[in-house]
Design a protein around this ligand. Structure first.
Ligand SMILES: Cc1cc2nc3c(=O)[nH]c(=O)nc-3n(C[C@H](O)[C@H](O)[C@H](O)COP(=O)(O)OP(=O)(O)OC[C@H]3O[C@@H](n4cnc5c(N)ncnc54)[C@H](O)[C@@H]3O)c2cc1C
Ligand SMILES: *[C@@H]1O[C@H](CO)[C@@H](O)[C@H](O)[C@H]1NC(C)=O
Ligand SMILES: *[C@@H]1O[C@H](CO)[C@@H](O)[C@H](O)[C@H]1NC(C)=O
Length: 493
């Protein structure tokens, strides 16, 4: 890396002008989340040490963030290792001794305004329908049939929610995982995500399962350690607190403009910003990205999954890991509650009894526009409906706002009905010397940490091919056509 103070002479004449500097590197990694870290590791392993990481926040890790709350720490973002065995996230967990507790989704109770609800029958009915829906999706994929929404898939599998309890069960199993409802979610890619993002098919025997991270060092600890394996302490190749504002690119290279006076010139860039950030045009591309690329970016969804943390003077809820609230009218309203006092979770302290609730989609956007106090009042209303008026008032509240955060614009991606395979190929494809990575770009593991990890190393590998011999030919679709024009079709019944 060469550091050149381009206008040192000018600064000498105008001592008040800030010192603009231009940094030169071979590969500039834009964003220091899991995909950026994974790209840096892969470059290093391939002998390319001339890279830089540009990150707007004051530390690496991206959506792996924890924060002080009620005399402990809580995870604002990712919280589960989803898929064990050879999952790179699980490998890091083992290597760095991350503290976790076994997750059990069936350890759940349901409450409505009359208290505990017997959910067994409806829960099993949904489970069976969900399995039929998955089989149906895999069959459609094999047949080469088009995608349908998961709502249609559930219906074809014999499930339609008829009661508020049905809706709560469906929300727990669907929205609370994908971050969006079955109406907008793809059936085929959702099921592929379910089957191929984790579990035995990918990460080997016994790898099915999730671990819930409860470590005061944070989930981020393992990713920071993974970064430290290839970075020196205070490595000058890492620029923190540096927000990228503009990415100029041509067939010679890329120029990165930042919120400071620093400019970075590189031969290649790896853009790892979330698909939400790309959609919001928080970063300007010059020239603008081609239509085929924009079509891929805009056709994808950035979901919002908001965990609202509440602390209480004592525990009044069940010992189960999960508690679901069944609202009579509003599906998914302050519905999915989690108990950090569950056996094997946080050590019992008098100073914390944390019960937190996740909202998604419209309720997540709504919550982001409310004050913390207003959110607390809504949450307390729901809890009094479930447990009666004698429960204590929450003493602390924490509301992450992922959707309005210009560095994220949501929590993780979800494959919507309408995004074709070709759109997704375009979302991932490079544009000249701009290469892309990040969780959304993983066809199988979008939404997950391992998706971010895999795309980071894959893109780094592609760039090294460019550097060492010849760039790989990566397919994309300049235009996406229907397979048959209307006139040609003879397959109407
Ligand atoms: C609430 C929540 C819950 C989740 N739960 C799980 C889970 O349990 N298990 C799981 O596997 N995954 C989970 N995920 C998803 C997981 O966190 C992501 O898939 C993963 O962290 C994404 O990594 P990434 O590198 O693709 O993107 P990011 O982490 O978003 O990295 C991109 C980086 O770019 C930086 N950046 C953005 N704009 C700029 C700019 N203009 N200039 C400079 N830097 C910029 C950002 O600060 C960020 O560090 C969850 C995410 C959230 C938010
Ligand atoms: C709940 O309902 C199931 C059948 O629907 C029944 O077998 C079970 O005994 C019920 N549980 C309780 C606690 O009433
Ligand atoms: C780099 O990434 C490729 C996938 O693109 C992977 O096969 C290889 O193992 C990675 N290298 C290292 C050292 O992790």
């Amino acid at each position: 890396m060469r550091i050149t103070a381009t206008i040192a002479a000018v600064v000498a004449l105008f001592p008040l002008a800030s010192l603009a500097e231009t940094l030169h590197t071979k590969v500039v990694i834009l964003g220091g989340g899991v995909s950026g870290i994974s790209a840096a590791r892969n470059l290093t392993a391939g002998g390319v040490n001339d890279f830089m990481i540009i990150e707007a926040r004051d530390e690496l890790g991206g959506r792996a963030q924890n924060i002080d709350f009620a005399d402990t720490k809580v995870e604002l973002g990712c919280n589960w290792v989803q898929g064990l065995g050879t999952n790179p996230v699980n490998v890091l967990r083992e290597k760095y001794g991350l503290k976790t507790a076994p997750n059990n989704g069936d350890d759940v109770v349901f409450y409505d305004e009359n208290g505990l609800v017997n959910f067994t029958e409806a829960y099993n009915t949904f489970g069976e329908a969900y399995d039929r829906m998955s089989e149906l999706a895999l069959k459609r994929l094999q047949n080469g049939q088009v995608d349908i929404s998961s709502r249609v898939g559930l219906d074809l599998a014999g499930w339609y929610p008829m009661t508020p309890l049905d809706e709560a069960i469906e929300y727990y199993n669907f929205d609370w995982e994908y971050g969006e409802n079955p109406e907008v979610s793809s059936l085929l890619y959702g099921v592929l995500n379910d089957e191929y993002s984790y579990g035995e098919k990918i990460f080997g025997e016994g790898s099915d399962g999730d671990l819930f991270v409860l470590d005061e060092r944070g989930f981020k600890h393992i990713f920071l350690e993974a970064a430290n394996e290839v970075l020196k302490k205070n490595d000058p190749r890492v620029l923190l607190n540096t927000k990228v504002t503009k990415i100029a690119h041509d067939d010679q290279g890329v120029t990165i403009h930042t919120g400071t006076d620093t400019i970075i010139k590189a031969e290649y860039a790896i853009v790892t910003f979330s698909v939400g950030v790309l959609q919001h045009r928080d970063v300007q591309f010059s020239p603008r990205l081609p239509d085929w690329k924009m079509e891929g970016i805009y056709a994808f969804n950035m979901a919002t999954y908001t965990k609202i943390f509440l602390n209480f003077p004592h525990q009044f809820w069940d010992d189960t890991q999960y508690t679901m609230y069944v609202d009579p009218d509003k599906r998914g309203y302050f519905a999915a509650w989690q108990n950090l006092n569950a056996p094997g979770f946080l050590p019992k302290k008098t100073s914390n009894n944390i019960f937190f609730v996740t909202v998604t989609q419209d309720y997540a956007y709504q919550v982001e526009s409310m004050s913390d106090e207003e959110v607390k009042q809504e949450a307390m209303k729901v809890l009094r409906t479930m447990y009666g008026d004698d429960i204590p008032e929450a003493t602390d509240i924490l509301v992450p706002r992922w959707h309005s955060n210009p560095l994220f614009r949501g929590s993780y991606s979800n494959w919507p009905i309408g995004e074709l395979d070709q759109h997704h190929t375009n979302l991932k494809a490079p544009v000249g010397r701009l290469y892309f990575a990040g969780e959304a770009l993983s066809k199988e593991a979008y939404g997950f940490l391992q998706g971010a990890w895999f795309t980071g190393e894959e893109t780094a590998t592609h760039i090294m091919q460019c550097i060492n011999s010849k760039c790989p030919k990566i397919e994309y679709y300049p235009m996406i056509y229907n397979t048959k024009t209307f006139k040609e079709r003879k397959d109407f019944a």
